[in-house]
Unconditional design. Structure first.
Length: 306
């Protein structure tokens, strides 16, 4: 492979880039030649507080390594602040080539105990935040007839997990958002893809570790560093990925998966139409063998990461 820098001359925004996966993407994008807007308001895992240090430290690290970066502390959860992240890129570097929608918070609770605020705040950051930043960048991308979006989804939405109705709904919503952007903007040479990461980060740090099995599970997840997620994400921003759009990828340690998208599994038909009774007698028994179980992410990805 050549040593060409894949993002030479490109300007990239990474949201939630102060820590974890976002930080690793920002660092690698800069190493690959990008000028990076490191966005992070520096909130706690549940969205509380604010701290300029995380974003500033990443910028400092990039600059020390000879790269180019600027910090931005806006929240993605409101439209005007989110649009200012895009403005930071264009004001500072004169253009924008890629957006990584990585910012997120967690407010886990079993469904009947989940507060309205816990649901709305998670939707606001993940789903609305991905929309606000992408929407602010979309007109620029349309005018220049180029651009790439990388949005972060999760197997919590794609497969399922306990206690994450807010997060799962947001993350599956992002899949629909990404596909729509890919369809609507394909004619302008603009791409949109999703990445579902398996990695140890602050957000995963909220997983309970009371039993021995839980401790062992977390120990395994801790081996999956956030740096493992960065190469695919950076590739998707590059011209090398010009024919990759509308896809969902998952990354687990050294594995990259292409994830499925909803398509019909099987069908039943009655010439005279259906009644509730014939649905019960005919349709459901015929379809039942193809039902999905109440799987969680860990049931589907049941082998150790490699």
């Amino acid at each position: 492979m050549s040593n060409t820098k894949l993002l030479d001359g490109k300007v990239i925004i990474v949201t939630g880039a102060g820590r974890g996966i976002g930080r690793e993407i920002a660092l690698l994008a800069a190493r690959e030649g990008a000028k990076v807007v490191v966005n992070d308001p520096g909130v706690a895992a549940d969205g509380a507080g604010a701290d300029a240090a995380p974003a500033e430290l990443v910028v400092e690290e990039i600059r020390k390594a000879g790269g180019t970066a600027i910090a931005n502390f806006e929240t993605v959860a409101e439209a005007i602040p989110a649009s200012k992240i895009v403005k930071t890129a264009t004001d500072t570097y004169g253009k924008l080539d890629g957006v990584v929608n990585n910012a997120g918070i967690l407010r886990d609770a079993i469904f009947h105990r989940m507060s309205i605020d816990a649901f709305e705040s998670v939707i606001k950051v993940h789903l609305m935040g991905s929309f606000y930043v992408a929407h602010a960048a979309a007109r620029l991308f349309r005018e220049q007839e180029s651009g790439s979006f990388v949005h972060f989804t999760s197997t919590s939405g794609l497969v399922g997990n306990f206690g994450q109705a807010n997060y799962a709904a947001a993350k599956l919503g992002i899949v629909g958002l990404s596909k729509s952007i890919a369809l609507d903007m394909n004619r302008f040479n603009v791409r949109s893809n999703c990445v579902s990461p398996f990695a140890w980060s602050r957000l995963i740090g909220t997983i309970p570790t009371e039993t021995e099995a839980e401790k062992a599970r977390v120990a395994k997840i801790q081996q999956m560093g956030p740096e493992k997620i960065a190469p695919l994400s950076v590739y998707l921003l590059a011209d090398a990925a010009k024919d990759v759009t509308g896809q969902i990828f998952a990354v687990r340690m050294n594995e990259i998966f292409l994830m499925g998208q909803s398509r019909p599994l099987r069908s039943v038909h009655r010439g005279e139409g259906w009644t509730p009774q014939t649905v019960a007698e005919h349709a459901m028994p015929a379809l039942k063998s193809s039902f999905y179980k109440l799987d969680r992410s860990a049931d589907i990805f049941s082998w150790d990461p490699v």
